[in-house]
Design a protein around this ligand. Structure first.
Ligand code: ADE
Ligand code: ZN
Length: 343
């Protein structure tokens, strides 16, 4: 729901989504449909019952339900449908470029072949590009509660598909699983020229953000909220203009912030951090890109300048080719000009 000039402008602006777990976009209705066609019984009787279960006190609370939800996905068509549904929502929000995480280990450990997962997701991304003009990158994420040896097994399976994998990520239970645990497997990906990102500073301490920067040599920080506890770290992130992929509704639902009025997004922008807005797991947290913006705007009353900066940051922080970035930035300038100059 729009309630301000800023929300109206943000909805019109082209933007990039840089932090989205495709399995976290699994809407209950589609979950039921796929469960039914795969003859799997869900522990819920209705969409309402599923939604009622989406009350979380921590990241782990959420992850337990997230892994249970994705377990109905089995066939290429399931992954295709999941991804296409996300692209339709993104198209409605004027998202023009997406960088999607997928968790192969959440599927291969249940016996679904790696190829089934990536083929379904990638063919939907190709069709989405043709149909909606949404460009894309694909980021394979390792589950950090599993071992580095497990990550290496996934890395081996990915070798046949490196032409369609653009980056490597790190997600799942953060505390107790520092980035340094994945030093060697990230080094392999870097050597092959892949982009690197990692969830850090969502629940974990600033030290984890340092490790992600220094040991994994990441290109972007996913979340990064707890970086604000360390002024030297903030200075460094500003100096290096490292993009932070911030996820407001996720932060609220997973109790990273207790109230949206306390969300640090404005503070981040004021300090010069390259913050962006993203939806993380929109089906579980209550909304896609524009809903995330609207929730922060409602709480913090974002200015039009902040609105445009967020859209610009999403493009410049993306791994899109420079020509594509330039095209999107020009569109942002053209659409925002009448708002900024009060015409
Ligand atoms: N997997 C899906 N969403 C996640 C999040 N917000 N943090 C860590 N792992 C995740
Ligand atoms: Zn995430």
């Amino acid at each position: 729901m729009q309630h301000s000039k800023a929300s109206e402008l943000f909805a019109k602006l082209p933007k990039a989504e840089l932090h989205l777990h495709i399995e976290g976009s699994f809407e209950p209705k589609l979950m039921f449909e796929i469960a039914q066609r795969n003859q799997i019984e869900l522990p819920y009787k209705s969409v309402e019952e599923i939604r009622a279960a989406y009350e979380f006190n921590s990241l782990q609370d959420f992850l337990d339900i997230y892994y249970a939800g994705m377990s109905v996905l089995q066939h290429t068509q399931d992954y295709y449908d999941l991804t296409m549904a996300y692209l339709k929502k993104s198209h409605a929000d004027n998202v023009k470029h997406v960088e999607i995480f997928f968790d192969p280990q959440g599927h291969t450990e249940r016996g679904v072949p790696f190829e089934t997962v990536i083929t379904g997701i990638h063919s939907a991304l190709e069709d989405g590009q043709a149909k909606f003009g949404i460009s894309f990158k694909l980021i394979m994420s390792y589950l950090r509660h599993l071992s580095e040896e497990d990550a290496f097994k996934t890395w081996e399976e990915a070798q046949h598909h490196l032409s369609i994998i653009d980056g490597i990520g790190l997600d799942s239970s953060e505390v107790g699983h520092p980035p340094s645990k994945f030093k060697n497997v990230f080094a392999e990906a870097k050597a092959k020229g892949l982009k690197l990102v990692a969830h850090a500073g969502e629940e974990g301490p600033p030290e984890y953000v340092y490790e992600a920067l220094d040991i994994l040599e990441i290109d972007r920080v996913d979340h990064g909220n707890r970086s604000l506890e360390d002024t030297d770290l903030v200075q460094r992130l500003v100096h290096e203009q490292k993009t932070l992929t911030v996820c407001p509704l996720s932060n609220l639902k997973l109790c990273v912030v207790s109230d949206m009025k306390d969300h640090p997004l404005r503070k981040m922008l004021e300090m010069g951090l390259a913050a962006t807005i993203n939806s993380d797991d929109p089906s579980y947290f209550g909304g896609y890109m524009n809903a995330n913006f609207n929730a922060v705007d409602k709480a913090l009353d974002l200015t039009l300048e902040e609105t445009v900066l967020l859209a610009r940051n999403s493009v410049t922080g993306s791994f899109a080719e420079l020509d594509r970035q330039k095209e999107l930035l020009q569109e942002i300038e053209a659409i925002s000009a009448p708002y900024l100059h009060n015409v």
